[in-house]
Design a protein around this ligand. Structure first.
Ligand code: HEC
Length: 145
Protein backbone atom coordinates (compact mmCIF):
# COMPACT_ATOMS: atom_id res chain seq x y z
CA UNK A 1 0.00 0.00 0.00
CA UNK A 2 2.78 2.41 0.99
CA UNK A 3 4.68 1.57 -2.20
CA UNK A 4 1.62 2.28 -4.29
CA UNK A 5 1.20 5.68 -2.65
CA UNK A 6 4.86 6.44 -3.23
CA UNK A 7 4.58 5.46 -6.90
CA UNK A 8 1.50 7.65 -7.23
CA UNK A 9 3.21 10.61 -5.59
CA UNK A 10 6.32 10.16 -7.69
CA UNK A 11 4.11 9.99 -10.72
CA UNK A 12 2.51 13.33 -9.87
CA UNK A 13 5.82 14.99 -9.02
CA UNK A 14 7.53 13.87 -12.20
CA UNK A 15 4.70 14.22 -14.73
CA UNK A 16 3.47 17.69 -13.79
CA UNK A 17 6.68 19.57 -14.62
CA UNK A 18 7.19 17.47 -17.75
CA UNK A 19 3.70 18.25 -19.02
CA UNK A 20 4.26 21.95 -18.37
CA UNK A 21 7.55 21.87 -20.29
CA UNK A 22 5.86 20.12 -23.24
CA UNK A 23 3.16 22.77 -23.44
CA UNK A 24 5.78 25.54 -23.39
CA UNK A 25 7.96 23.97 -26.12
CA UNK A 26 5.97 25.03 -29.19
CA UNK A 27 5.93 28.71 -28.14
CA UNK A 28 9.69 28.67 -27.51
CA UNK A 29 10.25 26.91 -30.83
CA UNK A 30 8.09 29.41 -32.72
CA UNK A 31 9.83 32.36 -31.04
CA UNK A 32 13.23 31.00 -31.96
CA UNK A 33 12.10 30.34 -35.52
CA UNK A 34 10.72 33.84 -35.82
CA UNK A 35 13.97 35.30 -34.51
CA UNK A 36 16.01 33.27 -37.02
CA UNK A 37 13.73 34.15 -39.95
CA UNK A 38 13.26 37.83 -39.11
CA UNK A 39 16.49 38.73 -37.34
CA UNK A 40 19.15 36.42 -38.79
CA UNK A 41 18.04 35.13 -42.21
CA UNK A 42 16.31 38.42 -43.11
CA UNK A 43 14.00 36.38 -45.35
CA UNK A 44 11.54 39.29 -45.54
CA UNK A 45 14.06 41.41 -47.46
CA UNK A 46 13.15 39.39 -50.55
CA UNK A 47 10.02 37.43 -49.61
CA UNK A 48 7.85 40.31 -48.28
CA UNK A 49 6.31 42.99 -50.51
CA UNK A 50 6.89 46.69 -49.78
CA UNK A 51 4.75 49.75 -50.38
CA UNK A 52 5.82 52.80 -52.41
CA UNK A 53 7.70 54.16 -49.38
CA UNK A 54 9.74 50.98 -49.15
CA UNK A 55 7.99 49.84 -45.97
CA UNK A 56 6.92 46.21 -45.55
CA UNK A 57 3.25 45.50 -46.23
CA UNK A 58 2.77 43.56 -43.02
CA UNK A 59 -0.61 42.14 -44.13
CA UNK A 60 1.37 40.20 -46.77
CA UNK A 61 4.27 39.26 -44.50
CA UNK A 62 6.47 36.64 -46.25
CA UNK A 63 3.80 36.12 -48.91
CA UNK A 64 6.10 36.60 -51.88
CA UNK A 65 7.42 39.66 -53.70
CA UNK A 66 9.15 40.73 -56.89
CA UNK A 67 12.93 41.07 -56.50
CA UNK A 68 13.55 44.82 -56.67
CA UNK A 69 17.10 44.66 -58.02
CA UNK A 70 19.06 43.08 -60.87
CA UNK A 71 22.61 41.71 -60.97
CA UNK A 72 25.36 44.16 -61.96
CA UNK A 73 27.05 41.42 -64.01
CA UNK A 74 25.28 38.97 -66.33
CA UNK A 75 24.10 35.88 -64.42
CA UNK A 76 23.26 32.62 -66.22
CA UNK A 77 20.18 32.20 -64.03
CA UNK A 78 18.28 34.72 -61.94
CA UNK A 79 14.89 34.57 -60.24
CA UNK A 80 12.89 37.80 -60.62
CA UNK A 81 10.33 36.79 -57.98
CA UNK A 82 10.66 35.42 -54.44
CA UNK A 83 7.74 33.01 -53.89
CA UNK A 84 5.50 32.98 -50.80
CA UNK A 85 7.11 31.25 -47.81
CA UNK A 86 4.35 31.96 -45.24
CA UNK A 87 3.03 28.45 -44.61
CA UNK A 88 5.75 27.04 -46.90
CA UNK A 89 3.15 26.00 -49.51
CA UNK A 90 5.63 24.29 -51.85
CA UNK A 91 7.15 21.89 -49.30
CA UNK A 92 6.37 19.57 -46.44
CA UNK A 93 8.04 20.40 -43.12
CA UNK A 94 10.64 17.65 -43.65
CA UNK A 95 11.42 18.86 -47.18
CA UNK A 96 11.81 22.44 -45.92
CA UNK A 97 14.17 21.36 -43.13
CA UNK A 98 16.37 19.62 -45.72
CA UNK A 99 16.16 22.69 -47.98
CA UNK A 100 17.46 25.01 -45.24
CA UNK A 101 20.17 22.53 -44.18
CA UNK A 102 21.41 21.46 -47.63
CA UNK A 103 20.03 24.03 -50.09
CA UNK A 104 18.23 21.48 -52.25
CA UNK A 105 14.55 21.38 -53.21
CA UNK A 106 12.52 18.14 -52.98
CA UNK A 107 13.39 17.37 -56.65
CA UNK A 108 17.12 17.81 -55.94
CA UNK A 109 17.44 21.15 -57.76
CA UNK A 110 18.86 24.32 -56.20
CA UNK A 111 16.90 27.60 -56.06
CA UNK A 112 18.18 30.32 -58.41
CA UNK A 113 19.99 33.42 -57.17
CA UNK A 114 19.45 35.72 -55.41
CA UNK A 115 18.06 33.06 -52.98
CA UNK A 116 20.99 32.49 -50.60
CA UNK A 117 22.16 28.89 -50.10
CA UNK A 118 21.57 28.61 -46.37
CA UNK A 119 23.33 25.87 -44.41
CA UNK A 120 21.69 26.05 -40.99
CA UNK A 121 21.87 23.23 -38.45
CA UNK A 122 18.91 20.89 -37.93
CA UNK A 123 17.76 22.53 -34.71
CA UNK A 124 17.62 25.97 -36.33
CA UNK A 125 16.01 24.61 -39.49
CA UNK A 126 13.25 22.93 -37.45
CA UNK A 127 12.55 26.17 -35.57
CA UNK A 128 12.44 28.23 -38.78
CA UNK A 129 10.15 25.73 -40.50
CA UNK A 130 7.83 25.57 -37.46
CA UNK A 131 7.51 29.37 -37.53
CA UNK A 132 6.98 29.57 -41.31
CA UNK A 133 4.44 26.72 -41.29
CA UNK A 134 2.56 28.48 -38.46
CA UNK A 135 1.91 31.46 -40.75
CA UNK A 136 -0.60 29.42 -42.76
CA UNK A 137 -1.06 29.01 -46.48
CA UNK A 138 -0.19 31.97 -48.61
CA UNK A 139 -2.17 33.28 -51.56
CA UNK A 140 -0.49 33.32 -54.97
CA UNK A 141 2.21 35.93 -55.63
CA UNK A 142 0.65 39.17 -56.76
CA UNK A 143 -2.76 38.26 -55.30
CA UNK A 144 -4.68 41.32 -54.18
CA UNK A 145 -6.12 41.54 -50.63
C1 HEC B 1 18.24 37.94 -51.37
C2 HEC B 1 16.87 37.51 -51.55
C3 HEC B 1 16.35 36.34 -50.74
C4 HEC B 1 16.48 36.14 -49.38
C5 HEC B 1 17.18 37.01 -48.35
C6 HEC B 1 15.79 34.91 -49.10
N1 HEC B 1 15.25 34.39 -50.23
FE1 HEC B 1 14.23 32.64 -50.40
N2 HEC B 1 14.07 32.90 -52.40
C7 HEC B 1 14.50 34.01 -53.10
C8 HEC B 1 14.19 33.84 -54.51
C9 HEC B 1 14.47 34.84 -55.60
C10 HEC B 1 13.59 32.57 -54.64
C11 HEC B 1 13.11 31.90 -55.92
C12 HEC B 1 14.20 31.01 -56.47
C13 HEC B 1 13.81 30.35 -57.75
O1 HEC B 1 12.73 30.65 -58.30
O2 HEC B 1 14.58 29.52 -58.25
C14 HEC B 1 13.53 32.02 -53.28
C15 HEC B 1 13.00 30.77 -52.99
C16 HEC B 1 12.76 30.31 -51.72
C17 HEC B 1 12.02 29.14 -51.39
C18 HEC B 1 11.23 28.28 -52.36
C19 HEC B 1 11.90 27.15 -52.93
C20 HEC B 1 10.94 26.47 -53.89
O3 HEC B 1 11.28 26.34 -55.02
O4 HEC B 1 9.81 26.10 -53.51
C21 HEC B 1 12.01 29.02 -50.03
C22 HEC B 1 11.34 27.92 -49.20
C23 HEC B 1 12.77 30.12 -49.53
N3 HEC B 1 13.20 30.89 -50.55
C24 HEC B 1 12.98 30.33 -48.19
C25 HEC B 1 13.72 31.40 -47.69
C26 HEC B 1 13.99 31.58 -46.29
C27 HEC B 1 13.45 30.70 -45.17
C28 HEC B 1 14.77 32.70 -46.19
C29 HEC B 1 15.38 33.28 -44.94
C30 HEC B 1 16.06 32.36 -44.05
C31 HEC B 1 14.96 33.21 -47.53
N4 HEC B 1 14.31 32.39 -48.41
C32 HEC B 1 15.68 34.34 -47.84
C33 HEC B 1 15.14 35.11 -52.57
C34 HEC B 1 15.56 35.26 -51.26
Amino acid sequence: MKTRLLVLLLGIVTTVPLAAADAAAPAALLNRGRYLVEGVGLCADCHSPRNEKGEFVTAHWLRGAPIGFTPAVPMPVWAPVAPPIAGLPSMTAEQAVKFLMEGTRPDGSMPRPPMPAYRVNEEDARAMVAYLKSLGDAPAVGAQP
